[in-house]
Design a protein around this ligand. Structure first.
Ligand SMILES: [Zn+2]
Length: 284
């Protein structure tokens, strides 16, 4: 189609005429060709603009995606934090329920000993719902309650005044001197060595420290709630009448004075002036 050529003459002032050979088809269709060229350029520019726009859109969408990812991460973190808090609350609830049941057990065991401890439980297993708001209040409640228990417990004779083995229990027994006939043994005997420290089993005040008949050297301590404890057959006493002692204070040293067949401690608990079995108080 470009083989057919047509000559055109170009005349420029001051120069010789120049003749130029151009394919005839170009001359014939120059309008269409021009339009096509323009259309092509427009298409090209359009395409470039289009792809640039797409690229920009992609950039924007990537930014949005990043922001969205961040939000999602924050959400996930928040959810896991909430989950942790829920687990913490569940753990707290478990411990609170355990404390409640322990308090109930203490109340029951104390009642058997004639003591009304009046320790109220929070009843977290029941109507009390635990959330982030009242968990602090409940903790404070238990703290106070346990402090109260500790205070009450400290004036009740609990545990042993000496850790030796028990050689004679509370109740009727064969007379240890004559080996004949029965007698009432109104305390607990602990085997031990001369001079072993003997410790008060509760907070209280010394009402007697000295020698008294069959007891030999004896220490008597008065406690709250109508309790009294006695520590007998001591080689010597370590306290004075009127002195305040705490649970664990050494009141005297183990001996063999008074009506005794060998070194041991004779320990008594009195409740409202009546001798009771101390063994009930050795363990809670
Ligand atoms: Zn005894």
């Amino acid at each position: 189609m470009f083989k057919k050529k047509s000559a055109i003459q170009i005349r420029i002032e001051g120069n010789h005429d120049k003749s130029l050979e151009i394919p005839t088809v170009l001359l014939k269709y120059w309008k269409q060709i021009s339009i096509s060229a323009v259309a092509l350029v427009i298409t090209l520019i359009g395409s470039i603009a289009y792809f640039a726009a797409i690229k920009k859109a992609e950039d924007v969408s990537a930014k949005y995606q990043a922001a969205l990812d961040k939000i999602n991460q924050k959400n996930e973190k928040l959810n896991s934090t909430q989950l942790e808090t829920q687990q913490d609350i569940l753990e707290a609830k478990k411990s609170f329920m355990k404390i409640d049941s322990t308090i109930q057990s203490i109340n029951g065991k104390m009642k058997k000993r004639g003591i009304n401890t009046k320790l109220a439980i929070a009843n977290t297993g029941g109507p009390v719902e635990i959330d982030e708001e009242n968990i602090v209040m409940l903790s404070e409640y238990y703290e106070n309650l346990l402090a109260n228990v500790e205070k009450k417990m400290s004036s009740i004779p609990l545990g042993k005044p000496h850790n030796g083995s028990i050689t004679s229990r509370f109740g009727y027994r064969v007379n240890p001197f004559t080996r004949r006939g029965r007698e009432m043994h109104s305390g607990i005997d602990f085997k031990g060595r001369m001079g072993d420290p003997i410790r008060a089993t509760a907070d209280g005040v010394i009402t007697f420290a000295g020698y008294e008949g069959q007891y030999g050297y004896v220490v008597k301590v008065k406690h709250k709630h109508g309790y009294e404890t006695r520590y007998a057959h001591l080689v010597r006493t370590q306290v004075k009448k009127g002195q305040r002692v705490e649970a664990g204070t050494v009141v005297g040293l183990l001996g063999n004075t008074g009506r005794s067949t060998g070194p041991h401690l004779h320990y008594e608990i009195l409740k409202d002036n009546k001798k009771i079995n101390p063994e009930k108080y050795f363990e809670l």
